[in-house]
Design a protein around this ligand. Structure first.
Ligand code: TTP
Ligand code: MG
Ligand code: MG
Length: 479
């Protein structure tokens, strides 16, 4: 392990909700919940103001509404979040060629490889400069963790939240981890946590005490070894730039078509095992299991199933592949079989033990981002005017949908650069109203030139005033 805290982990604060607050002045400092608004919708995230009420990611939306009835409820705008994410990732790449994005709002950066830091002081400097640059370019806050390993850098950024920076001095890791709950360690979710607790292990220090053999007995070989190493703060995983592999897969072509269904099943199981070995060798796990079947007539089909979280458990991959095979007609024979895993993640992100226990999403889905499942059939008005989406009125200009229903749509006319705007209500089919693209969160400088992104520039002193200039006249009613 390196001796300087030059691995940086960045995670944006309340990402989707912060983007919404930056783009809607009336929501700044307020409880904002982003997610699926239908009856079966779940919370994607919420602002820190909403977290006070106990609202959190993955909570059913109905429960969130009960806890925080006055919060603003908005539908996610993934395209906008993606574009902001790109701005952030670009800033990270200015620091180092070794940037490893984990999700839209999160990445590891090897500062040493980028030559921007070699000791604690320069690392802290680079981290603070980055946070300032992110704020200037995106208008948002991100939290930074700095440590000598990925695991510790991630723990540090969690401690830094919101809007902070924490550096863990090398040499202090074990003492710091010791009293912490086992849940601090990557890969320990509720199920693994329970399992350990039943064995009398609740802190990281107790994992270290229990010893490696005991851990392996409790959790199996791979998970046990990995967890023991992490409890000792041993984490040698390098920061890997741009996963060139979007998926890990193996396949076999057979000289003679296989007709026997049992044999097909055996082959699929074997491929699943091989695939998992490859996955583990790269220190990865994945969420989506893919089965590929080429039939006797060269027709090729793929089936996939997405789990609730990433796995590298051979039993889980084997079972999923077997389930997928059940839905494929192989009469006539198959000439090629393949098993793959995509939706790759750092192997340690989710509760692997829960996965092994068979806890998985019922619905197969292709998307790897945690987009809230939307079962609810929105009314035509809701579909045309989703809460939180931008609109343009021919006379009143740019605004966003605060709510719609009963043939009406309520719009608040404000922009990221304006003061709090006024609210107006229109018939849903008002010809003067049309959906609009989101505006950049930070006003472009005069002339519209792109922001020089490497320097933490001061925020523009005078932002364009909104035409509406309501000065907070309108109440912040919930949509
Ligand atoms: P996170 O970084 O986990 O959460 P966050 O940025 O909202 O808040 P924090 O300050 O604690 O980091 O996730 C990033 C985004 O991913 C989040 O804004 C919304 C989305 N997301 C989901 O859609 N579903 C989920 O279950 C989670 C955890 C996140
Ligand atoms: Mg975040
Ligand atoms: Mg994140």
């Amino acid at each position: 392990m390196r001796t300087a805290p030059t691995i940086l982990h960045l995670d944006m604060d309340a990402f989707f909700a912060s983007v919404e607050q930056a783009s809607k002045p009336s929501l700044r400092g307020k409880a904002v919940v982003v997610g699926g608004l239908g009856p079966r919708g779940v919370v994607a995230t919420c602002s820190y103001e909403a977290r006070v009420f106990g609202v959190h990611s993955a909570m059913p939306m109905g429960q969130a509404r009960r806890l925080a009835p006055h919060a603003a409820y908005l539908v996610p705008r993934f395209e906008l979040y993606r574009s902001i994410s790109e701005q952030v990732m670009r800033l990270l790449r200015e620091l180092s060629p070794l940037v490893e994005p984990l999700s839209l709002d999160e990445a590891f950066v090897d500062l040493e490889a980028g030559g921007v830091a070699r000791d604690a002081e320069s690392a802290r400097g680079a981290g603070e400069k980055l946070r300032a640059a992110i704020r200037t370019v995106t208008g948002l806050t991100g939290s930074v963790g700095l440590a000598a390993s990925k695991m510790l850098a991630k723990i540090a950024s969690e401690q830094a939240k919101p809007d902070g920076l924490v550096l863990i001095p090398p040499g202090t890791e074990r003492a710091m981890l010791e009293p912490m709950t086992v849940r601090t360690l990557p890969g320990v979710g509720p199920a693994t946590g329970d399992h350990l607790r039943r064995a009398g292990i609740t802190t990281v220090g107790e994992i270290a005490e229990a010893g490696e053999d005991e851990l392996v007995r409790l959790l199996g070989k791979a998970h046990g070894h990995a967890l023991y190493a992490m409890a000792l703060a041993r984490d040698e995983r390098p920061v890997v730039a741009e996963r060139e592999t979007k998926s890990v897969s193996v396949e076999d072509t057979y000289d003679v078509d296989i007709h026997d269904r049992v044999r097909v099943g055996v082959e699929v199981g074997r491929l699943a095992d091989r695939c998992v070995r490859r996955l583990r060798a790269s220190g990865l796990s994945g969420r989506t299991i893919v089965l590929k079947v080429r039939r006797y007539d060269f027709s090729t089909l793929t089936r996939s199933e997405t789990l609730r979280g990433p796995t590298d458990d051979p039993a889980v991959v084997r079972e999923a592949a077997a389930r997928l095979l059940d839905s494929v007609d192989t009469t006539g024979g198959v000439r090629l079989l393949g098993v793959g895993v995509s939706g790759l993640a750092d192997y340690t992100q989710e509760d692997l033990f829960a996965q092994a226990a068979g806890d998985r999403a019922e619905e197969p889905a292709e998307e790897t981002e945690a987009e809230p499942a939307e079962e609810h059939r929105p009314s035509p008005a809701e579909r045309r005017w989703p809460a939180g989406h931008d609109v343009r009125h021919t006379e009143l200009g740019h605004g966003w949908v605060q709510g719609s229903g009963l043939g009406r749509v309520t719009v608040r006319f404000e922009t990221p650069y304006s003061q709090v705007g006024r609210v107006r209500t229109f018939p849903v089919d008002d010809p003067e109203l049309s959906p609009a693209d989101p505006l950049p969160l930070v006003a472009e400088p005069e002339g519209g030139a792109a922001q020089p992104s490497s320097l933490p520039l001061p925020l523009p002193a005078s932002l364009p005033k909104s035409w509406s200039g309501g000065g907070g006249a309108a109440a912040t009613s919930k949509p």
